[in-house]
Design a protein around this ligand. Structure first.
Ligand code: SF4
Length: 455
């Protein structure tokens, strides 16, 4: 197996397949430049209109994303997985966060099924400006009865949540009745094995569903990928059938590495993890998020682990090269009047939400003037020249601060104190230097602002 690895094409190999017209129609000055971009995954082969069929086939295969993009579900709550390109987040970014799916055994009473389904539909945890939610419901045929399975799927669908479903059953015959209720929602089917892949592929093709394949070795997965794609199913997920956390991490890491280097292109599919099968669900959930799982099925989580998982997922799937940013603008805390203080700060999300939290706890209504430092913190923005007196002046004008308050006093963060004189000169506003630590803003407003404003 490993002796027949296909390596990604290098720029010179790609160049040999190009027409060498140097016509610039692809947007690059020469065919060689275009080849270098293709090799780095920074251009699309379709940009060159002169490729022959052979070149298209070879280049298309070697320059497309090494892990296939797969969509689960339909509509507003559908989600995409795959299309990852790196092993380590600091190299670039991870693109598609894993779906965290709550599993329901089909033996559960209908009211319990409805309750869990509504929880996944409604529960939202807002953090640094983003709404974090669970991704879907998995119904497992633990009863072994096709009719019970169908009834449980119907009970989920009666809630009309249109959450992406995952259907889990050992017997392919059990799926037919269940798919009557959710077949048009592009459910994920679990799982094709060497013994049943033909029936599972037939179901996946008939309903247009993505399909999990399950084997406990790399060679077994590669063979199943070949078998299922030969049957015409392209949207696959890989379940490595781990029984320990070590198994999962080792296999999942191997798969990511072999896929992104294109050493074994057949492994270029997202990974599925049953977090309950490894002995410690919470630990499996964390490792799944960090180590490359794209769909993670768990028992319904209690609030603590639920928040921890959603927070971790958000952190891992945030581009490390782009700080989380707020939209610049004028934000109200409470119901400020014309005499309310105006506090200027940067649009780095953590700065915004930290300051906002402390301001809310003071119960002093005020305005927050958020200026665009491209998501940099105050200290970094001052050092990098991204926070300037001109930016503050333009932001005051742009966001109509002068119309909102009758005074002309601006509180700036303590770390921006070197700019205080220049901001005064540029804006004509009196600048008050606030504390460096947002935790001290309450005392500052009570003592310093009241003094300065004559309140
Ligand atoms: S469009 Fe094709 S032939 Fe023309 S420069 Fe680009 S790669 Fe070369």
């Amino acid at each position: 197996m490993r002796g027949c690895r296909k390596m990604a094409l290098k720029a010179l190999d790609i160049y040999k397949l190009l027409p060498k017209k140097n016509c610039k129609e692809c947007g690059d000055p020469t065919c060689l430049t275009f080849a270098m971009k293709l090799a780095g995954g920074k251009a699309d082969v379709s940009l060159c209109p002169y490729l022959d069929d052979h070149a298209k086939a070879v280049l298309g295969a070697s320059t497309r994303p090494p892990i296939r993009l797969v969509k689960i579900g339909v509509g507003e709550r559908s989600f995409k997985i795959g299309e990852e390109t790196v092993l380590y987040r600091h190299e670039k970014t991870f693109y598609h966060p894993p779906g965290i799916i709550f599993r329901i055994p089909d033996t559960l009473p209908e009211e319990e099924i409805a309750k869990i389904t509504r929880r996944v539909r409604d529960e939202t945890f807002t953090r640094v400006g983003s709404d974090l939610r669970f991704s879907g419901i998995a119904i497992e045929n633990t009863s072994g009865s096709a009719k019970t399975f169908e009834n449980a799927v119907a009970a989920v669908e009666r809630q009309q949540c249109h959450l992406p479903p995952v259907l889990i059953a050992k017997d392919p015959a059990a799926f037919s009745g269940a798919l009557v209720h959710c077949g048009s929602y592009r459910p994920l089917l679990h799982a094709a094995t060497p013994g049943n892949y033909k029936e599972m592929c037939a179901l996946a093709k008939q309903h247009g569903c993505p399909l999990v394949i399950r084997a406990n070795s790399i060679d077994g997965l590669v063979q199943l990928v070949k078998d299922c794609t030969a049957e015409g199913v392209q949207d696959l997920l890989l379940d490595t059938a781990p029984t320990t956390l070590g198994d999962f991490v080792a296999r999942s890491t191997d798969i990511r590495q072999l896929a992104i280097t294109r050493a074994i292109p057949e492994l270029g599919y997202p990974v599925y993890l049953d977090a309950t099968a490894t002995g410690s669900q919470d630990a499996a959930l964390i490792l799944g998020i960090v180590k490359y799982a794209s769909v993670i099925v768990t028992d319904p989580l209690t609030p603590g682990p639920a928040k921890a998982a959603l927070t971790l997922r958000q952190n891992i799937y945030t581009d490390p090269q782009k700080p989380i940013q707020m939209n610049p603008g004028l934000y109200r805390v409470g119901t400020p009047d014309k005499k309310a203080p105006v506090l200027m700060t940067v649009n780095f999300s953590l700065t915004f939400f930290t300051l906002q939290g402390y301001l809310e706890s003071t119960r002093i209504p005020c305005f927050m003037l958020i200026v665009d430092t491209e998501g940099l913190s105050v200290l970094t923005a001052v050092a990098a020249g991204k926070l300037s007196e001109m930016l503050v002046r333009d932001s005051i004008k742009k966001f109509g601060v002068e119309d909102e308050v009758s005074h002309r006093k601006l509180i700036i963060p303590g770390y921006a104190s070197p700019l205080s004189g220049r901001i005064e000169d540029a804006t004509g506003w009196k600048v008050l230097v606030g504390p460096r630590d947002a935790a001290e803003i309450g005392d500052y407003l009570v003592e310093e602002w009241k003094k300065a404003s004559g309140a």
